[in-house]
Design a protein. Structure first.
Length: 148
């Protein structure tokens, strides 16, 4: 039986950007700042992604375990309830890894469990072009293996 991911890779339409990877991919943006969440939602939606947002680790967990889990998580390490998210995620280690981009102001990454799973670390900056390129890169690399 084909997995949902295999079906998506076979039948999803091309993204809206020139050279965009197959989509529409679902991205979860977890950031403590409402303005950052909404900015990233607008920017990534304009790139052809389906974007959900979460303000804390509890909302992240709800989205990850919901009916339509994301294909990529963009995570600010300063969100509330991050420790609880790490503890809950330990129970899901046997499942395929969700690609994770850590997008934070902090240069210190003390959260060993999450940082060990990160595909990429980006420091927050005003220009979102690097984040857009990173999203394309991480999704392409992570899901390219699933196509074979």
């Amino acid at each position: 039986m084909l997995s949902l991911l295999a079906l998506r890779l076979q039948f999803c339409p091309q993204g809206t950007r020139k050279g965009a990877i197959l989509g529409p991919w679902k991205i979860l943006v977890a950031d403590r700042n409402r303005h950052v969440r909404e900015l990233l939602r607008r920017v990534l939606t304009a790139e052809g992604y389906r974007v959900q947002v979460a303000k804390d680790g509890l909302e992240v967990w709800t989205r990850l375990t919901g009916e339509e889990p994301p294909d990529l998580l963009i995570l600010d390490l300063e969100i509330p309830y991050l420790e609880e998210l790490q503890e809950l995620a330990l129970f899901r280690e046997s499942e395929p890894r969700l690609p994770l981009i850590i997008y934070s102001f902090t240069r210190d990454y003390p959260h060993d469990f999450l940082t060990s799973r990160a595909a990429l670390f980006l420091e927050k900056m005003e220009n979102t072009d690097r984040l857009k390129a990173a999203v394309d890169e991480v999704i392409s690399k992570h899901y390219h293996l699933a196509r074979k």
